[in-house]
Design a protein around this ligand. Sequence first.
Ligand SMILES: [Zn+2]
Length: 154
Amino acid sequence: MAAARERLQRGHLRRSDRRRHGPFLAEVLTRDHARPTLALLDTSVRYQRAPSAWVGGDGTWTDRDHLLTHAHTLYQRMLCPDCGRTLTECGSGAYNVQTRICEPSAAIQRWRKENKDPAPGIVLFAVPSEAAADSPTVASAPAWWREKYGTPTE
Ligand SMILES: [Zn+2]
């Protein structure tokens, strides 16, 4: 046990360690406190780089990286293809439906409803109205964004 812990701390694992610890780590990834690790693993998979590369590693794949990405694969298999929750979570309890409005999508849908025969090649994109540009979200935008898109105070 102590030897396995030492190998894990050094980032070296045997294949049997990966088989033994992968399911445990996949279960750990379902917990709320593991969200940062899950985000790191999602990023690692997305950019096809070793997880340790995002926390100061040199990009070399270690056994620990292999264990984590294996656990990530096992975790992905635990998810419901319909709702994205774990199968355990979506198979229990009762749920209600909540709605939200995506204002940029709503603006584009309104435009389409009002313009039944748009010119060929027209491309739609939503931009914030002045009221939206005055929102705290826009006010907290980086300076380069505010310079490009402006704010009502400018
Ligand atoms: Zn589900």
